[in-house]
Design a protein around this ligand. Structure first.
Ligand code: ADP
Ligand code: MG
Length: 142
């Protein structure tokens, strides 16, 4: 599925819709360059799950868990990990196998350990279409 957005609010709403429809155990992977809108999308997804707490990128911890919504939400940002073994140390498998909804920013850095069944989200700019244009590609993998 391909969705085009023209401002942050639209990207937020794409995330929100997916958050509203998310099922227990669903894993989202999020890929795209710095500043493309991964956090904006994630904030929308959290909102769609009913989380009122402000969601930002987990800066010093790899994972941040939010319990205030319809389902637990595990937000990973793996930008700073140097080795996939670090993911095992934070209990990645337990989160991903659990009943919560997981979202992994920079998921391409830990390709080897991603679950086969996942919802891949790719966000890209296209400067020819304007500075605020984003192309969001969503693909269900089994
Ligand atoms: P990332 O987490 O990918 O590094 P952020 O979500 O933190 O990126 O930041 C995205 C930036 O791009 C924000 O400043 C946001 O206002 C801006 N922006 C402009 N247009 C869009 C759009 N269509 N979708 C999402 N963000 C946009
Ligand atoms: Mg971010």
């Amino acid at each position: 599925m391909l969705i085009e957005t023209h401002n942050p609010k639209e990207t937020f709403r794409v995330g929100m819709k997916l958050g509203e429809e998310a099922y227990p155990g669903q894993v989202f992977t999020l890929t795209g360059d710095l500043g493309v809108g991964k956090t904006v999308f994630t904030q929308g997804l959290a909102k769609g799950l009913g989380i009122e707490e402000p969601v930002s990128s987990p800066t010093f911890t790899i994972v941040q868990v939010y319990d205030g919504g319809r389902l637990p939400f595990c937000h990973f940002d793996v930008y700073r990990i140097s080795d996939v073994e670090e993911m095992e140390e934070v209990g990645f498998d337990d989160y991903v196998m659990g009943d919560g909804v997981s979202l992994i920013e920079w998921a391409d850095l830990i390709k080897e350990i991603l679950p086969a069944k996942r919802t891949e989200v790719l966000i890209e700019k296209d400067l020819e279409r304007g500075f605020d244009y984003r192309r969001i590609t969503i693909e269900e993998l089994e």
